[in-house]
Design a protein around this ligand. Structure first.
Ligand code: BG6
Length: 466
């Protein structure tokens, strides 16, 4: 099988890491707007409100709000077929629980979509990518509360109707599966656990609310425009048993449960045996209302969007716990200690397609690295070309040799933006360098890196990496 001529090559971003303009034109505060910068040794802090004299990287991002025309022209120059971005929920509903949307926010995305369509670039929109309105967190406890489903639906109804002729590809929640994996699912679900909180029940209930919301969004979207393609989005934690000991194979299965939990519901439309096993393992309580199961059944997604950055090795420990932090001796590490594993992408694509048999979309993949801007305005990021080239080769093998149905590939942070994990600028992913540092200094001027010209060729040739 050959890569289709309609294959969606492009790049991916998220509003909270890229847009800036954090109070522009009536925008409200999102959970990202009270998160400080950090680095690999110092975690980002989360504040209750914006402190004066504190630097919050999302407030300016890397300036898409003011630079969108220039940036989209650069994406067009690379030949992008699609551009993945998120709508910032708080531009449309600044508090989140209003009935009427903020017209200025809606207008901004009209302009962005028009600009993309001018160059025949297909927008791919994440509805919720770490931009939950802060007010909903404070007043309602975020996704712990079932009311969130209505707020989310009001938001979805508004953007689906407004952009029904401009956007075809949507994804409901970014990396929804991390809700079960993180110490605090703040980015995914707006939740910081309180002291003494029954974490297992909170995670199960919040996840259920998000899964019902996702299903309702799929149903509604298809009613508004039957041509919509509405997907889910997970972080795919490719992993290998650390040894050939059979117990390590079971460890891998168990490690994957937090991802299959969400994918099973969103793709198969029910809590499968796998989900029930995971619920039991967690030991929390889950309330399912009448009618929820029918919604989950009817609201299955059209495609699976996923991010792939690295793989892990998993093993059983003597105390019965699973360790997924071991070092794979066959792989190199990035500067941020992530295993570099191009072939893991082929394995991931096969695993996902074997299990769900619906189209796949690699919506994030990339190398976070320190780049050097030279005096003549060039950046020699050959390491990024090597990294992406090998991953694209693995992607092609999955399509051409294994016959996996993949509809597109967007590299993460196609233009430099703020790191979600560490809040740094230093950890760059882009084909386009943006002049800004970890303290927020810089002109925001854009420069084409060496990889910019390389990716342009990849797209031109429909996937040739050399
Ligand atoms: C994914 C997120 O987890 O990984 C992005 O969807 C994030 O928002 C990306 O930026 C890379 O992670 P980081 O921490 O390097 O920004």
């Amino acid at each position: 099988m050959k890569i289709s001529d309609h294959f969606l090559w492009g790049g991916a971003t998220a509003a909270n890491q890229y847009e800036g303009g954090y109070l522009a034109d009536g925008k409200g505060l999102s959970i990202a707007d009270v998160e400080t910068g950090g680095n690999i040794d110092h975690p980002r802090e989360i504040h209750e409100s914006v402190h004066p004299h504190t630097y919050y990287p999302s407030h300016e991002g890397t300036g898409f709000y003011d630079h969108y025309k220039e940036d989209i022209a650069l994406f067009a120059e690379m030949g992008f077929k699609c551009f993945r971005m998120s709508i910032n929920w708080t531009r449309i509903f600044p508090l989140g629980d209003e009935e009427k949307p903020n017209e200025a926010g809606l207008k901004f995305y009209d302009q962005v979509f028009d600009e993309l369509l001018k160059y025949h670039i297909e927008p791919v929109v994440t509805i919720s990518h770490y931009e939950t309105p802060l007010h909903l967190v404070k007043k309602y406890g975020s996704w712990r509360n079932r009311k969130m489903i209505d707020f989310y639906m009001n938001y979805c109804r508004t953007i689906f109707k407004r952009y029904k002729d401009k956007v075809k590809y949507w994804m409901t929640f970014n990396e929804i599966n991390e809700t079960m994996n993180k110490k605090n699912p703040y980015h995914q679900a707006g939740i910081l656990f309180q002291e003494g909180e029954d974490k297992a029940s909170t995670v199960l209930q919040a996840s259920h609310h998000m899964l019902v919301a996702s299903a309702k969004a799929v149903i509604l979207g298809h009613q508004i425009n039957p041509n919509f393609k509405i997907g889910c989005m997970v972080q795919y934690p490719e992993s290998y048993p650390a040894t050939c000991q059979p117990l390590d194979q079971i460890a891998k299965r168990e490690y994957m449960l937090f991802t299959h939990y969400y994918l099973d519901v969103m793709c198969r439309g029910l809590y499968t045996n796998t989900c029930l096993a995971k619920q039991e393992q967690l030991g929390g309580k889950l309330i399912i209302n009448d009618g929820d199961e029918e919604l989950l059944r009817k609201g299955t997604v059209d495609f699976i969007g996923f991010s792939y950055y690295f793989s892990s090795i998993v093993s059983y420990q003597r105390d019965g716990s699973i360790n997924a932090k071991g070092r794979n001796p066959y792989l190199e590490l990035t500067d941020w200690h992530w295993h570099i594993d191009p072939l893991g992408l082929r394995v991931a694509l096969n695993e996902l397609y074997d299990r769900y048999q619906i189209p796949l979309f690699v919506v994030e993949n990339g190398l976070g690295a320190v780049d050097q801007l030279n005096e003549d305005g060039t950046v020699d990021d050959q390491y990024r070309i090597d990294f992406l080239g090998k991953h694209i080769e693995a992607l092609k093998q999955a399509i051409e040799i294994d016959h996996v149905d993949v509809i597109g590939y967007t590299t993460w942070g196609c233009i430099d933006l703020v790191s979600a994990g560490t809040g740094e600028m230093k950890k760059r992913y882009g084909f386009i360098y943006v002049d800004k540092d970890d303290q927020g200094n810089g002109s925001l001027k854009r420069y084409r890196k060496k990889s910019f010209y390389w990716y342009k060729k990849v797209i031109e040739t429909n996937g040739q990496t050399k």
